[in-house]
Structures are given as C-alpha cells and as structure tokens.
Design a binder for this molecule. Structure first.
Ligand code: C2E
Ligand code: MG
Ligand code: MG
Length: 722
C-alpha cells in the first residue's frame, strides 16, 4: 500500500477540516488530487475507498451525472442517512423540499472546471433543514476527462435542539449579572439565579416557595405595590425602580423589569423579574448632589443651595408675617492665618469654625459657606430684630476659645453683618447685599463684632461701586497720569531720584488722590490693570527722557501686594523690553505688609527681581511688624521711613525714639534710608543727624508733572541744607 500517499491524504483531510476560508478549499483540492493519485493506483483503490469511508468529515463522491457514488461516515453523521440509503441516489435527493431551495448553482454544477464553493440548503433524515457549504472538486483521468466529483460539506449556523436551547437559556439565566426571579401563577418564587442571591443575600432554598414579599422594604405605598402586583399578573411589561430589602435588613434601590410568560392558550404560567442593584449609581448621584449643593470642605450648604433655602425661608416668613434675618459672617485676618500656618491648618480652621457655628444655631436655621472665609446664615422665626444681635454675639463668643490644630493654637475672630426682613429688604438679593455691605464695613476696619445694616451704609457702598465703575472707565479714557516727587540727598542736597505717584484727573471731581481710589482698586482687583498702566507709563516717560538725551535719576514705582506674584518678573521684563529701558532706571517700592505673607515665596520673587537688575525699596517702613532678623532675609537696598514717624519729630519724644530706632536698624543693615513726608527744616535736621540718606517731602517738593520734574533736574534744583 502507498503509505506516504495515504499519510498525506490524512494530513490533507485534517487541514481541509480545519480550513475556514470562503474560497474553494485548497486543502480539499489537494486532497482530491491525492485521492486521484491513489485511485489511479489500481492495487490501492480499495485502501483509498476505505480511508474515505472512515473520515469524520462529511465527504461524498458523485458520478458525472450527479449520482452518489460514495457516502462516508462523516456524511452519515451529518445527514443521518446510511450509505445504503444514499448510494445510487441523485444529489437532488439531499436538497430541501421547499420553495427557496432552488438548487443554488445546480446548473453550474456540471460545468465546474476544477472546483467551486456552493451554498446549499439540504435536509437531514429527521427532516431538519440546514444550510451547508458544499465544496466541490472535479477529478479527471489521464485524458483529462471528468471522472467524478468529490464534495465536502460543512454545516452552517447549526440550529439548536430543544434540549440544547433549554440548557443554553438556563445557563444564560444562571450566569446573568442581573438578579432574576421567576414566579409561578400563584406568585410563588420557583426559580432564582446566583445574582439574585448575591444581591439579596437569600439562597435559592430560602427564596423558593416564598412570594416576592420576601424583598419588600415597606417604603412603597399601596398604589405602587398594586402596579407591581398587576405586572406580575400579566397586565403588561413593567419597568421602574423599587426599593428592596436585603436579607440583612439593608434597603437597596433596584431597577426592575417585570414580564409575564403565557402558554399556548394565553394563560399566564409564570412571571419573571429582572433587576439590578443600583445603589452604587444612587450613591454617586447623591455624591453629585452633594458636590453641587454642598461645600466639600465644611459639608455645609454652598451658595447654590443657600439661595434656594433663603428663598424658601423668606416665603414662609412672608406667609406667617414673621421676620427673618440674614447674617453675613467673615473671618478676620484669614489670609494672614493661611500664610502663617499654611493651607491645611487654615482649611481645618474653617471646618471647625463651621462646626462651632452650626452648634450655636438652631436646627431650622441655615448656615452656608459661600467664599474663602465667608459664611452666611439665615435665622428663621426670629421674633425681634434685636434677637439677631444676641445670636451674633453667641457666634462671636463661639470663637473665643482658640482652635487646637496640628499642635497650633489658632485664634480666630469674625465680623458679622446683619440685615432683617422685612425692614431692610424684601427679597433675597437685597438682604444678602445689605448684610454684605454691613460686614464689609466692619471688616475693612479690621474690627470683630456685629453690625446692623443701615441705609446710610448702603449709600457709602454705592459710592464705592460707582467709584469702581468710574475707575474702570478712567483706565481706558486716559484720565490717569503720573506725578513725580523728587528725592534729594541729605549730603549734597541734589535730586537723586523720584517716586512716580499716580493721579486721577476726574472730569467732574477734579484731581482724586490715590489714597481714595487705590484701596478700591485693591479690593476689586483693578489694581492689576492700574499697576500695569503705571509701569507702562513710567517706562514710556523714562524712554522719552533717554531719547531726548536728558540725564535723569532712577524712578521708583509703587507695587501693590496683589501685583507681587510669580509672574511679576516676566511682566516687568516684557515692559522693559517693549520700551527699551534698562532695569537700573527703575526702582520698585513694596510695602512691609507684603513681607508678612509667606516669606519664602516672596523672597524667591525678590531675588529674581534683584537678579534682573532691579533695586527694591521698602515703603512705609515702621508701620508693619518686620523684625530685624526677618528683614535681613530680604534683598532690599532702601528703607523708606513712613511719614507717621516723621510728623512728630523733633517735638514728640515717642516719635523721636521710634525714628531713632528705625534709622539705627536701617544703618545696621547698611541700607539706604529715605525719610518720607518731611515738611519742615526741623524734621529734616533731626533725621539728617540720625543718619538718613535722603529726603522726600513737601519741604523740597510735592509730586509734580513730568515736565516740571525734568526742569528741576536740568536746572539742578537743590535742597538748602543749612
Ligand atoms: P507712598 O508710596 O508712601 O507715597 C508717598 C505719599 O506721601 C504720596 O502720597 C506723597 O504725595 C505723600 N507725601 C510726600 N511728601 C509729603 C509731605 O511732605 N507731606 C505730606 N502730607 N505728604 C507727603 P500720594 O501720592 O497721595 O500717595 C499715597 C499712597 O498711594 C502712596 O503712598 C502709595 O502707597 C499709593 N500710591 C501712589 N501711587 C501709586 C501707584 O502708582 N501704585 C500703587 N500701587 N500705589 C500708589
Ligand atoms: Mg511709595
Ligand atoms: Mg510711603
């Protein structure tokens, strides 16, 4: 026997079996050729037939007229017909006997040259109809005449038997992620799956035979329960959310759909409900609600929720002819606390303050956090306006005990502004605004305490708002300008510098001093735009003097603490570059209050500025609380003694002592010392004798227009020193 041919025949059979392409099965073609080779070996024909017969793949051979000449075990298994039943039958015998079983490609069947893949609809002995791929190969003899056809069949989309279907459905139910519960006509549970047990805690044994009351939470009303019960009795599919109860007593929200199962006669035999536990979803929805309505730090309502609650409280007060009080609460010196102790301590302080205040208030009162260190409360059912003063006092007293945070003793104090419905305002918006006006008034004075709103206060606040609006306009309408106040040397009497001082030429109110509008600008943030304008204008002026070839001393500009952030160096650099001004031409005046703030961050920025070539002066020196040790850490070249300490010299003993201490301190640090606001020769002499280097004051000159200052320098105006 030709063993190698038989071996390769088996191999090819396996490959043909594994083949899944849609083109004619090449393995099968090769198989056919091999079989052909075998067939032509007369002596081995019997062997070839035997191999073919035993193959598990359904393979049949047909003669040139389409009659079945061989039928192997695979074919027998697929069709259920034995070889005896099929041999000699025409291939058409296998085709399904219905109208769409036109024998696809049967015409071409006999015209196949080499091989073809046909989709056929055949039937089995049981009558079951199925689709199959019929891969046909033509076998030819030595004369190239068609000798026979070899067909290989592969069943497509094998449909399921009833038993298979049942077992598949059962396994889908068993493995479903959703809980499934099936009840019979008497609404008794007859089946549950593993997810049911996982979600509810009840095992199959515990559940079977019970009614769905097993999961009843008791939170739904009779109407709702009637709906669910009706669905179980077949009124139609029902979908909704039900609060269920687990075996451990815990309630849980579930998304449920219920349907009834009917038999052929339309009778309800079963109902099933499919449900999923949506407590995780609910929890995240609640979390979202929490985020939207509550302050994450203190857990108190935020502004959004507060506005709603205030609206409700006012509606009730209106209905009952009650009064209702809004308290605006602001923690004092909160930014200093933050800078001194850090953000974490400050956050914890807010949390604890919120907690203490909450305990002072009644349950029906509302307390919300609406800003960094800003809270607001609504006192409902207050009988008299005065009572809100008592509550405020209690809230202030609640802060008396220092807060123990991370082994720090933190002292807090607050200002409270009060507005009362209906006297002060009728609606939420005005009441909130008025309590805010009152608290701002207290807060700006740095006073702890409480203050009732009064219309006069509102007048002042309105003026501030108007000033702010006008200031915004001034910036674009070219109403701002710079004056230059000369600084003179107390040794030579000559002009050695100037300070640029901003002025606002108001079209109706005339010249407005910065003392009036800078604080408003600081409060509103407008100072950033104003500060930028000052830098631009000063550089423009310096450049124009440079271009004109006039030798001018350096000009100092004032920087607000709000301008002093990490972007300041870049901002300054770009102004200098835009105007082509070298940094030595500009001095930067900063105030002592800046140094109290997070010193390390400030030092970094200062060092960067010094590295860029600027020199820094400390303005209003003596009004802050810098210690000598602290001062040493700052790269400052000039100290400017505040006018407050100059006014009283040489007459006032205290002022003299302070001035002496300040100058001594400056000298120890080897810094240049400028005395500000000198108006008299006596003041000058005293400070000069102490060792001050420069003078800036009306004694020599107030701030003047740039042309005037330029003339003073050109004409070498000098201070008379004796
Ligand atoms: P400052 O920086 O300490 O400026 C010195 C202030 O003292 C100026 O007031 C000046 O006119 C005034 N002064 C100088 N010599 C005398 C004197 O002999 N007697 C009296 N009574 N006063 C004198 P001014 O221009 O009203 O400025 C007040 C404050 O406004 C400045 O205090 C400064 O803190 C701020 N300021 C002025 N211009 C600017 C600016 O461009 N930017 C910023 N951020 N603040 C500015
Ligand atoms: Mg200044
Ligand atoms: Mg000053």
């Amino acid at each position: 026997m030709n063993e190698s041919l038989l071996d390769s025949c088996r191999d090819l059979c396996q490959q043909a079996h594994a083949w899944q392409g849609s083109e004619p099965n090449q393995h099968l073609q090769a198989l056919a050729q091999t079989l052909q080779a075998l067939a032509f070996e007369n002596a081995r024909q019997v062997d070839a037939a035997r191999v073919l017969a035993q193959l598990q793949e359904p393979i049949i051979t047909l003669d040139t007229a389409g009659y079945i000449t061989s039928w192997n075990q695979g074919a027998e298994r697929l069709y259920g017909f034995s070889a005896e039943e099929t041999l000699g039958q025409h291939i058409l015998f296998l085709y399904a006997n219905d109208e769409d079983s036109q024998i696809s490609g049967i015409e071409e069947f006999f015209q196949i040259d080499d091989s073809a893949l046909l989709k056929v609809k055949h039937h089995k002995k049981t009558g079951e109809v199925f689709w199959a791929d019929l891969s046909l190969t033509v076998l030819r003899d030595n004369e190239n005449d068609v000798q026979c056809f070899v067909g290989h069949l592969a069943e497509l989309g094998k449909s399921l038997s009833t038993a298979e279907k049942l077992s598949l459905h059962a396994s889908i139910i068993a493995n479903s992620d959703q809980g499934i519960l099936i009840t019979n006509g008497q609404e008794r549970i007859v089946s549950v799956n593993a997810a049911f047990t996982r979600i509810t805690g009840y095992s199959m044994q515990e559940a079977i035979g019970q009614t769905t009351d097993l999961l009843r939470s008791g939170v739904h009303d009779a109407d709702f329960r009637a709906q669910v019960s009706a669905a179980l009795q077949g009124t139609g599919p029902w979908q909704g959310e039900i609060i269920g109860k687990r075996k451990n007593g815990e309630l849980f929200p579930q998304s449920v759909s219920i349907s009834a199962v009917r038999d052929d006669a339309g009778q309800i035999t079963h109902a099933f409900s499919i449900f999923s536990d949506i407590s995780v979803l609910r929890a995240s929805e609640e979390r979202m609600q929490q985020l939207v309505n509550y302050d994450s730090l203190t857990g108190l309502p935020n502004r959004t929720l507060f506005n709603q609650l205030l609206g409700q409280a006012l509606a009730t007060a209106r209905r009952n002819n009650d009064c209702c009080v809004v308290l605006a609460l602001e923690l004092n010196r909160f930014s200093t606390i933050k800078e001194t102790f850090g953000n974490e301590v400050a956050d914890e302080l807010l949390r604890q303050v919120g907690h203490r205040w909450r305990t002072v208030l009644r349950d029906e009162d509302v307390l919300a956090r609406v800003g960094d260190a800003e809270f607001v409360a609504v006192l409902t059912s207050i009988q008299k306006r005065e009572h809100s003063g008592i509550v405020s006092q209690k809230m202030l007293a609640a802060l008396d005990q220092p807060f123990d945070i991370e082994s720090n003793q933190v002292h807090a104090a607050a200002s409270i502004g009060i507005s009362v419905f209906p006297e002060d305002g009728q609606d939420a918006l005005s009441l909130l605004r008025f309590s805010d006006v009152a608290v701002k008034r207290l807060h700006s004075e740095g006073t702890s305490g409480y203050l009732f709103y009064s219309p006069e206060m509102n007048q002042r606040a309105k003026e501030q708002w108007q000033l702010e609006a006008e200031l915004r306009h001034a910036l674009v309408a070219n109403e701002l300008l710079l004056h230059y106040q000369p600084k003179v040397s107390l040794r030579s009497g000559r002009i050695v510098g100037a300070e640029a001082l901003i002025r606002w030429r108001h079209p109706q109110r005339g010249m407005i001093s910065p003392g009036k509008f800078i604080p408003v600008a600081e409060e509103t943030g407008l100072i950033l735009d104003i500060g930028n304008w000052v830098l631009e204008e000063a550089c423009r002026q310096i450049k124009s003097w440079m271009v004109a070839g006039i030798e001018m001393p350096p000009i100092a500009v004032n920087l607000s603490a709000r301008q002093f952030d990490q972007h300041l160096p870049v901002r300054l650099q770009s102004v200098l570059e835009r105007h082509g001004v070298p940094p030595e031409r500009l001095k930067l005046e900063i105030t002592e209050s800046l140094l109290v703030r997070g010193a390390d961050a400030v030092i970094l920025i200062m060092n960067e500025l010094v590295g860029m070539g600027f020199s820094l002066a400390m303005d209003d020196f003596g009004t802050g609380y810098s210690s000598l040790a602290n001062l040493k850490r700052f790269p400052i070249t000039t100290l400017k003694i505040d006018r407050a300490f100059v006014i009283g010299v040489p007459g006032d003993q205290n002022d003299c002592a302070i001035a002496r201490a300040i100058v001594t301190m400056g000298l120890q640090l080897r810094q240049e010392i400028v005395a500000e606001g000198i108006e008299t020769v006596e003041q000058m002499d005293f400070l000069r004798n102490l060792g001050c280097d420069q003078l800036q004051g009306f004694l020599f000159s107030p701030g003047v227009l740039s042309e005037m200052f330029e003339r003073m320098v050109r004409e070498d105006h000098r201070l008379k020193l004796d």
